[in-house]
Design a protein around this ligand. Structure first.
Ligand code: HEC
Length: 238
């Protein structure tokens, strides 16, 4: 499409500035030179004009070898030709830019398609379950830095629930996360900040209750989360 526009522009420029078909052919040939070629030609014309005015031998030589003088093209038309070539030459760049833009837009479309992958709520929950367990062991080992890290991961995972599944079977999960889960996490963060093991255990119990309250509120009381026991989930050092 942009290529067609480029060609239209070329014919239009040609017809407007060069009514003579010979000149029109010349301009098409010069178009091959592109933008740089057109600049060079404009420069050539300027040097020519200066040299001719100074009346030096170089000036006379250049006049003799100016293709447009040979064609008996008048000065304004010759200048118009140069400008037109410049416009067309630069128009070529626009055509190239348009093609590149089209290519980029196509790639954006592909990326958007891949980026629109939505994790299933069940998958997000299993992630929550893993962080919930890891948080417990980190806290029980009084590794407060690691406990704080897992609390943050829980928060981010709950934000994923809000972003990807704000509603599930007509239950407002977005609101439940804000009203139930976030306050429990804040309590947890405070306990970790204080490096208080008892408070951590209380906070963890509260968090576990929140998981189950939300399951009940959203019609999934079948899913019962508990405090990990017997050091299960042992594929990581806590
Ligand atoms: C905002 C409400 C809400 C909160 C808070 C919540 N859950 Fe869930 N959870 C759900 C819903 C709804 C489902 C059912 C998902 C489905 O339909 O696949 C679920 C399912 C689950 C499942 C079953 C996933 C499976 O496919 O095996 C687990 C495990 C789970 N949640 C763990 C947790 C843990 C651990 C917490 C707390 C850290 C938690 N959930 C907090 C709403 C919540």
């Amino acid at each position: 499409m942009s290529k067609i526009n480029g060609c239209k522009g070329m014919v239009w420029n040609c017809a407007k500035l060069m009514p003579d078909p010979t000149e029109c052919v010349t301009i098409v040939i010069f178009q091959v030179l592109g933008c740089t070629g057109s600049f060079v030609y404009l420069l050539f014309r300027t040097v020519l004009a200066e040299a001719a005015r100074s009346g030096t031998g170089v000036g006379l030589y250049l006049i003799e070898h100016d293709p447009f003088e040979k064609m008996k093209t008048s000065r304004p038309i010759s200048f118009g030709l140069a400008v037109s070539m410049l416009m067309i030459g630069c128009d070529q760049t626009t055509v190239k830019d348009d093609a590149r833009l089209e290519e980029v837009l196509e790639r954006v479309e592909v990326l958007e398609k891949h980026g629109s992958y939505t994790p299933a709520l069940g998958n997000i929950m299993i992630t929550l379950q893993a962080y919930h367990t890891k948080l417990y062991y980190a806290g029980m080992q009084q590794n407060w830095e690691l406990a704080s890290y897992f609390t943050h991961e829980l928060e981010e995972t709950l934000e994923n629930v809000q972003e990807h599944h704000p509603e599930h079977h007509e239950v407002d999960l977005d609101r439940l996360v804000t009203e139930m889960a976030f306050p429990a996490l804040e309590y947890m963060e405070e306990a970790i900040g204080k490096k208080d093991a008892d408070e951590f255990e209380r906070g963890f119990e509260r968090l576990t209750n929140t998981c189950n309250s939300c399951h009940a509120a959203s019609g999934y009381s079948i899913i019962k989360i508990r405090t990990p026991e017997n050091g299960d989930f042992l594929n990581q050092r806590f």
